[in-house]
Design a protein around this ligand. Structure first.
Ligand code: ZN
Length: 150
């Protein structure tokens, strides 16, 4: 298993070092901001939503490695997905970070399973996802992790 944890650590480090889809999206028609005051993480998510489908997505923000790597990974996962697919993917991701149960198949999201051992960091890992779902719902109010029970 230690090889696998090394691999998963690499995934997080890599997203942190080379964030994907980072910066404002010029074509965005939805934006939502997330805030995790318990750690000081900030994350804005920009969506170009075409009907029900995420044509393009980006994020911008600052904070700890977990929050930024997770937001970067989230953008790669949600691009091209429908709102319903995005919600289902967040459910899976949330399950992984809260239970630590790794999916059968090796995947980038599974890299965040280790977060479950550090309950305070779960909010860091889910911040970008919460912001993305709020943007999908057209809710431009800041998403704060304080109002969620995770
Ligand atoms: Zn954090």
């Amino acid at each position: 298993m230690s090889d696998l944890s090394d691999l998963y650590q690499q995934v997080i480090l890599d997203h942190n070092r080379r964030p994907r889809n980072r910066g404002k999206l010029p074509t965005a028609n939805r934006v939502a901001h997330g805030d995790n005051p318990s750690c000081g993480d900030q994350c804005s998510v920009y969506l170009n939503l075409d009907g029900d489908r995420i044509q393009d997505i980006s994020f911008d923000g600052s904070g700890c490695a977990i929050s930024q790597a997770s937001a970067s990974l989230m953008t790669t996962q949600l691009k091209g997905k429908t709102a319903a697919e995005a919600e289902a993917m967040f459910k899976d991701f949330h399950e992984i970070v809260t239970s630590g149960k790794e999916p059968e198949e090796i995947s980038d999201v599974a890299a965040f399973a280790g977060v479950h051992a550090f309950p305070a960091r779960i909010k860091c890992a889910t911040l970008g996802w919460h912001a993305a779902l709020n943007a999908l719902k057209g809710d431009e109010q800041p998403a704060t992790t304080e109002s969620h029970t995770d």
